[in-house]
Write a protein that binds this ligand. Sequence first.
Ligand SMILES: Nc1nc2c(ncn2[C@@H]2O[C@H](COP(=O)(O)OP(=O)(O)OP(=O)(O)O)[C@@H](O)[C@H]2O)c(=O)[nH]1
Ligand SMILES: [Mg+2]
Length: 317
Amino acid sequence: MGKEQFTIARIFGAYYEIYSEETTYALAVLKGKLRLKNSNERHPFVVGDMILAEKSSGEEWVISERIERKNYLTRKSDKGDSHVLCANLDQVAILASCKDPETKPGFIDRLLAASYDTDIPPLIIFTKKDLVDEEEIKDRETYYSELGYDVMSVSLLSEESIQPLWEKIKGKRTFLCGNSGVGKSTLMNHLHKKTVQRTNLVSGTTKKGKHTTTNSFALFLEGNTVLIDSPGVKEWGILHLTPTQLWESFPELRKQKETCQEIYCCELGSECPMRKYMNESMDETRKKSLESMIESLENPHRVTRRDHWTKAVTKRY
Ligand SMILES: Nc1nc2c(ncn2[C@@H]2O[C@H](COP(=O)(O)OP(=O)(O)OP(=O)(O)O)[C@@H](O)[C@H]2O)c(=O)[nH]1
Ligand SMILES: [Mg+2]
C-alpha cells in the first residue's frame, strides 16, 4: 500500500490525529526514529506539519517522513529553548480582545514581531466588539491599519461577523493566537457552526481566561480553509529575535531604514535613522512597546547564551 500525504491536526502525546482530504481525520503513530534536519527540535512534529504515512497491518497509520516546512512560527521565553508552535501557515490571526480580558498593544506588537521574522502575514482581529463603544473600536482599527496592517473587528454573539471573517480566511491556513479568553475557540466553533472546541467563561473577578484550550487543533473547512486553534498565552517570548529584527518589525521604523543612504550600516548606532525616528517622532505607546522588547533581549538573566541570536538568524531551513 502506498504512502499518503497528511497534515498533523492534533497531538496527543505519542499519538497524532492526522488529516487528508481523502481519508479525513485518522490516528497515527511514529515508529522508530525520524531523521530530522534540525536535531535541536524538542518534538518531531507540530500542528500544521505535512507528513507521509502508510497503513500498517491493522487500522493504524504509521508516519514515515516529515515534508520540509514552508515556514513556522516560533516563541522563545526566558525559560529555555525556542518553541515551534505551528508550521506551513498562510496567515497568523492575532486575536486581541477589546475587553474581558483587554489585550494590551505590547502583546500585539510582540506577535507582529514574531510573524515579521517568519514572513507569515499577520491579520489583527479585535474580538468582543460588542463590549465597547463604536468609537473605541474605530480608534483601535485605525491605529493598526494606518501602520499598514490588515485589521478587522468582530463580535461572535450574532452572525454579523461570519461573512467578513470568511472573506479573510477562505482558502488559507490560519493560526489563531492570543491571550486566554479572547475567543479563539469560540471563533472556530462559530465559523464551523458546530462545537468542535470547548470554550469557557472568563473569570468573574479577574476577567481573564481560564486556559481552556490545552492542545492546538487544526480544523479543515470547505475550500482548503484551515483554522488552527491554540492554547492562550500570557506573553509571547521574542528572545529568538535579534535587536535589528525587532526594530524592523515596526513598519514606521522599517520605512526609515529603507530611505537610509549609508553604504555601511551603523547597526543601530546613534546615526541610525530608525533610532532617530524612535527618539524624536515615534508614538509613545509604540516606543514603550519596542523598549520593553529590547529590554527583554538585553536582560542578562533572560538571555544567558549569545548564540541564541546567531542561531535565530540561521534557523530557517
Ligand atoms: N461578549 C462576547 N463574548 C465573547 C465573544 N467571543 C467570545 N466570547 C466569550 O469569551 C469567553 C472565552 O472564549 P474562548 O473561546 O473560550 O476563549 P479562548 O481564546 O479559546 O481561550 P483559551 O482556550 O483559554 O485560550 C467565552 O465565554 C465566550 O463566549 C464576543 O464576540 N463577545
Ligand atoms: Mg480556547
